[in-house]
Write a protein that binds this ligand. Structure first.
Ligand code: IMP
Length: 184
C-alpha cells in the first residue's frame, strides 16, 4: 500500500489507496487459492461488465487450472426493488453443474450482486462463489458468500483498476480515493 501522491494522480483523487504492485501481489495469491480449491472441476470465472473485466483478465492468468471465462452485463430497473437488475447481455454458456465464481471489482451494499447470484443459482451450478478485489464491508446490506476477498477498504469512493467515476479513470493502474468534493 502507498499513501504517496503519484505524479499522474488525477485532480479528482486525493491519494493512492492500493498501488499496482500490491494489487498484482494480491491477485497472484487469490489466483493460487482458486486453483487449489477448484483443481479438476469444471471451473468458470464470470464477471459482470464493465468494471470487473480488468480484474478478471489479471486474475484468470494467475489461476493455474483449467477454466473457462464468460461475461454478463446488467442494468438497473428504474423503479424496481433495490438491487433489481435486468440482464442486458447474458452468459454465452450454460453453467449447470459447473463450479462458478463471480469475479467482481468491488462490493458495496451487495444488492446488485445478490440479485445476480439469485439469477445464477436458478441455473443450478454445482457451486457458486464470489471473488471480489475490493470489499466495502461496512456498507453491506445483504449477506453474500464472499469466498475470496482481495482487500477490505474503508467507506470511500474509489477509482482505477476498472472502477470509474462518470465513465472515466478505469484505466488507472492503481486504486485511488476520490476527494469528497468531486462526488457531491
Ligand atoms: P452494490 O450493489 O451497492 O454492491 O453496488 C456495487 C456497484 O456499485 C459496483 O459494481 C460498482 O459499479 C459501483 N460502486 C460501488 N462503490 C464504488 C466505488 O467506490 N467506485 C466505483 N464504483 C463503485
Amino acid at each position: 500500500m502507498s499513501s504517496e501522491r503519484g505524479p499522474d494522480l488525477p485532480p479528482v483523487a486525493d491519494r493512492v489507496l492500493l498501488d499496482a504492485g500490491s494489487i498484482a501481489e494480491r491477485v497472484r495469491e487469490l489466483g493460487a487459492a482458486i486453483a487449489e480449491d477448484h483443481a479438476g472441476e469444471d471451473l468458470r470465472l464470470i464477471t459482470v461488465l464493465r468494471g470487473g473485466a480488468m480484474f478478471l483478465a489479471d486474475l484468470c492468468r494467475a489461476v493455474d487450472a483449467s477454466l473457462q471465462l464468460d461475461y454478463m452485463a446488467v442494468s438497473s430497473y428504474v423503479g424496481g426493488a433495490p438491487g433489481a437488475v435486468r440482464i442486458t447481455k447474458d452468459l454465452d454458456d450454460d453453467i449447470e453443474g459447473a463450479a462458478v465464481i463471480v469475479v467482481e471489482d468491488i462490493i458495496d451494499t451487495g444488492l446488485t450482486l445478490n440479485y445476480v447470484l439469485s439469477m445464477l443459482r436458478a441455473r443450478k451450478p454445482a457451486s457458486l462463489g464470489v471473488c471480489t478485489l475490493l470489499d466495502k464491508d461496512v456498507r453491506r446490506i445483504v449477506d453474500l458468500p464472499v469466498t475470496y476477498r482481495g482487500f477490505s477498504i474503508p467507506d470511500r469512493f474509489v477509482i482505477g483498476y476498472g472502477l470509474d467515476l462518470g465513465g472515466l479513470y478505469r484505466n488507472l493502474p492503481y486504486v485511488a480515493t476520490v476527494r469528497d468534493e468531486a462526488i457531491l
